[in-house]
Design a protein around this ligand. Sequence first.
Ligand code: ASP
Ligand code: MG
Length: 413
Amino acid sequence: MAQVYKFGGASVKNAEGVRNVEKIVRMVEGDLMVVVSAMGKTTNALERVVEALAAGQEEKALQQWVDIIDFHVAIMKELGLQPGVDIRLQGEIPYDPAKSFDENYDQIVSLGEIMSTQIVAVYLLKQGLPVEWWNMPKLLRTDETWREARVDNETSASLIRSGWNRRQRPRIVVAQGFIGGTADGRRTTLGREGSDYTAALLGNYLDAESVTIWKDVPGILNADPRIEPNTVLIPSLRYQDAVELSYSGAQVIHPKTIRPLENKQIPLFVKPFGDPTAEGSRIAEDGVGPIDVPVYIWRKNQILITMRAKDFAFALEESLSDIFEIINRHRLKVSLIQSSAVTISVCVDNTRFVPEAIAELQKHFNVTYNENLSLLTIRGTTPEILEKAKDGKTIMLSQTTRRTARLVVVEQA
Ligand code: ASP
Ligand code: MG
């Protein structure tokens, strides 16, 4: 049975990171699927290239592009790889002004993962490891929902299984996270931070023994160590608790990661790439639950939208399905809902889809909204913990059930 290892951008942000990948990969004797994200902050940098091109700022785009290429070339050289000989990097920016912004985005932004996997695969190969490089746009089949492509599981599973069975000597495959492709061969992306999801899908298709996400944290912690000074590691948890944590906004795993693993009862490990023999966290059906320490989860960049019926003869309950139909169609991600007799409020991620959704809601309701908010979810709260958490914060809305508190907090400027 195979294992799946996923390395995020932070674990391959420089040559030392790539050497560390080698060290970790060498610890495995059997078949291994290695999923890699773009190096460091490459995805953000590529986004800026697309934005500059769309704004007609060609020179700026080119400069950004050159910086990205230089960054990869420097890493290659440090690893003893020869640019142009060992790896041929994309020469021109694949931009087509006749195509939509989102389609161009996918053709360009996907190159981050193409480059990182080429470097990792060729480096491992040169170190004598039996490696095969996979081009996921040909294997992970998606629809044409640019930037948020939906995976065709049936086709993808069959393409990936046959690729896996057709391997000659290599027991290690290096593949891109986050990207796939349409039936006619155009690259797509699965939504930011989507590499964990790719790893989970591959684990599912290959009936893997386990999936491991290598991160720059010791495992799943009860709070973000960048915000809370005292965090504790949660060594074992159940799928259901992990799903709840990630949907509340815990950054450690992508929300879509759990389902494909749960379906096949494949355990997920989250481990520190800086300390590969550490236990980390294990997520599985038989994990320990409920989590027995208070957990703090921040979800940033929220907008609170409140709708009030224009006509009071019109009961709010009857509008609920209309509201959610609009919200769904505009791909808004709802993080909290609250209703009163005459209003309904939703807290959603403040994405590029929000303005159009608001415009449509305004046709039917009186709409007000507040931006620059964060949602703090505290699981396993007590009245004392809640009091302490509220201290010094401006709170727009709060919801508490027996064990969970959710606060919509104004972000400090
Ligand atoms: N490189 C992509 C991103 O930064 C995917 C990922 O890291 O999971 O969003
Ligand atoms: Mg990334």
